[in-house]
Design a protein around this ligand. Structure first.
Ligand code: PLP
Length: 426
């Protein structure tokens, strides 16, 4: 028995499923989750002393690699002054100013403590601002676990939402409309039907929770146009893409300006942080200036702000995002070449510092339906073969991979070589 297996057995006696967030349980790939003891640069280390080249990066935030010395120091410095005050601090202003500078569509920003809080609050704000109840999301896009967002489409693309977790009243979920990602015709049709009832569209501008699916040309532009036409609020959920796809997020990469943006993970540098921001006109609709209530005891926590601010400063290096994209591209091309050599059908996607690969005969994956039709059994085997090779990929076929500044040419080459050996064994 490995130490991880032992810890997992113990964890399950006290924690539901042994984990504090479901994907960590390895349900998507089978086997025992690795219990991590430390992480440094591009590597994580498990309780059994194994080292892995890590492409999870704490599910996104570790763009500058794990345990960056400058972020660590910022945290240590902040800790000297106390852990939380529940009162305003100057660091919060620095943070807000930095976010505005990097994401110019954000004129005002409110800090929260997770991506879920960011999307939940942005939705409430959009509803309050427009006085409308319905929201539109895309099948396969994940925006955290707030009730109105844990909803997927029914069998027909234009049906009312049904909750995909017990505990969410259908009466509540019916306000969530769901259509297909990358399908503008469905968006137009549903707006034609509900016209002035839809408060907002919320979208991951690069979908990263059904593997990695970038928007097809014209899709984001079309969403912008529809929102303008129907006076709906366009919300980009950049919890994953923010500061990763480009310094200014996917909105900078694709040059589309949303009304509101949700941020998370990255702006905490590894600490629990999220944020939502956008046009002053909309943001001033929240309390205490406006009527829409939103609050948080630990929002803008001084330690989290210190870590996040340092992380954002570090990300402002010229050429960093081009380098990240080059690494994503190298992995995609390397995986495709390795799979081809082994006669395994595989296609890949990438945008900036995020990538995905799909075991499928299809040339390109652009939809949720295509993503779900991929060979999941093959993915599971590949995942475990890569683990044996010392490469830690996301333990699900429906998650994006993340590169970081600390993945050197050596790690990328080692990963591609490991994949080539793994493909040969599939
Ligand atoms: N939005 C997106 C795009 C995400 O990827 C996630 C988490 O993975 C969330 C929202 C929710 O963030 P959190 O897990 O911090 O609540």
């Amino acid at each position: 028995m490995t130490i991880s297996q032992d810890l997992f057995a113990r964890a399950q006696a006290s924690i539901p499923g042994g984990v504090n967030s479901p994907v960590r349980a390895f349900n998507g790939v089978g086997g025992t989750p690795l219990f991590i003891t430390k992480a440094q640069g591009p590597f994580t280390f498990d309780a059994d002393g194994n080292r892995y080249i890590d492409y999870v990066g704490s599910w996104g935030p570790m763009i500058m690699g794990h345990n960056h010395p400058a972020i660590k120091q910022a945290v240590l410095d902040a800790v000297e002054n106390g852990l939380s005050y529940g009162a305003p601090t100057e660091t919060e202003i620095f943070m807000a100013e930095k976010v505005k500078q990097l994401v110019p569509s954000i004129e005002k920003v409110r800090m929260v403590s997770s991506g879920t809080e960011a999307t939940m609050s942005a939705i409430r704000l959009a509803r309050g601002f427009t006085g409308r109840d319905k929201i539109l999301k895309f099948e396969g896009c994940y925006h955290g676990h707030a009730d109105s967002l844990l909803v997927k489409a029914g069998s027909g693309a234009l049906t009312m939402g049904v909750p995909n977790s017990p505990g969410i009243p259908e009466d509540f979920a019916k306000h969530t409309l769901t259509v297909s990602f990358n399908n503008l015709d469905e968006v137009k049709a549903i707006f034609a039907k509900y016209a002035d009832e839809i408060a907002c569209i919320i979208v991951e501008p690069v979908a990263g929770n059904m593997n990695c699916i970038p928007p097809v040309p014209g899709f984001l532009e079309g969403l912008r146009a529809v929102c303008d036409e129907y006076k709906s609020v366009l919300i980009f959920d950049e919890v994953m893409t923010g500061f990763r796809v480009a310094l200014g997020g996917a909105q900078a990469y694709y040059n589309i300006i949303p009304d509101l943006t949700c941020l998370g993970k990255v702006i905490g540098g590894g600490m629990p942080v999220g944020a939502f921001g956008g046009k002053t006109e909309i943001m001033d609709y929240i309390a205490p200036v406006g009527p829409v209530y939103q609050a948080g005891t630990l929002s803008g926590n001084p330690i989290a702000m210190a870590a996040g601010l340092k992380a954002l400063e570090l990300l402002c290096v010229d050429g960093l995002h081009a380098e990240l994209e080059a690494k994503s591209k190298a992995i995609c091309e390397g995986f495709e070449a390795g799979a081809k050599k082994a006669g395994i059908p595989l296609t890949t996607n990438y945008a900036g510092g995020m990538y995905g690969f799909f075991f499928t005969e299809q040339d390109k994956v652009t939809t949720y339906q295509q993503a779900t039709q991929c060979d999941l059994e093959r993915f599971k085997k590949f995942f475990h073969l890569m683990l044996e090779e010392g490469v830690y990929l996301a333990p699900s076929a429906f998650e994006a991979g993340f590169v970081c500044s600390e993945h050197s040419e050596q790690e990328i080459a080692d990963t591609i070589a490991a994949a080539e050996r793994a493909f040969a064994k599939l």
